[in-house]
Design a protein around this ligand. Sequence first.
Ligand code: AP5
Length: 210
Amino acid sequence: MRWVFLGPPGAGKGTQAKKIAKLRGVPHISTGDLLRTEVGTKTELGVKAKEYMDSGELVPDDLVIEMVVQRLGSLDGYLLDGFPRTLAQAQALHDRTNGDGVERVFDFELDEDRIISRLSGRRTCRSCGAMYHVDFLPSEKEDVCDNCGGELFQRDDDKPATIRHRTQIARRQAGPLLEFYDKLGILETIDASRSPDVVHEELRGYLGDP
Ligand code: AP5
């Protein structure tokens, strides 16, 4: 399986990718998570990326492409979450995999009001990365992870002004990216406003399992 999840921030790409990748036994490769690890460990890439991420800008293509190429290595299967995000990234992935890097692309669609309400309530576990929402998916004990007891935190870029900026950028980049995959005949659209379980069931349908 070589799938890509695209869509605006807060559309539920990460929530769904974790479950589908686990079900299929392939790595969930989230460029946001990879970059946050680089920032957290203060690598050269992390130091460069931090400024862009904090302000909701995209990290420059050359840095992200290099990071993903290294992570993909010689993997046969993967679920890419948040990459590619520009036409240049899509073209680079296509070229470096001889046109064989992506089987299916899912575009998660969600309106701006829902994006803001999902992201302003998102909480993530510092230890295991599990994701919650203060209203839609609350932890049993406030700010404590149900899975591992770790501390839940709010991402720095989940502040309303930064969310709006990220959303605008995502919308700007989406047109050419979707056109690229549509022409290849591998693009599917997902109505991401529905409950996580309903979206998951729809995605499972594409796995072709009996
Ligand atoms: P990244 O971490 O990829 O953030 P994003 O794309 O903005 O996506 P999010 O993680 O915010 O949202 P999501 O769609 O995964 O939603 P989630 O499942 O968490 O990127 C961060 C930054 O890194 C970028 O701004 C950029 O600077 C940089 N970057 C990353 N990739 C890059 C690239 N390729 N090129 C350049 N720069 C790059 O869900 C959100 C919340 O909603 C959660 O609380 C969840 O519990 C809840 N929720 C999920 N589904 C539902 C549902 N169906 N109903 C109700 N609530 C739901």
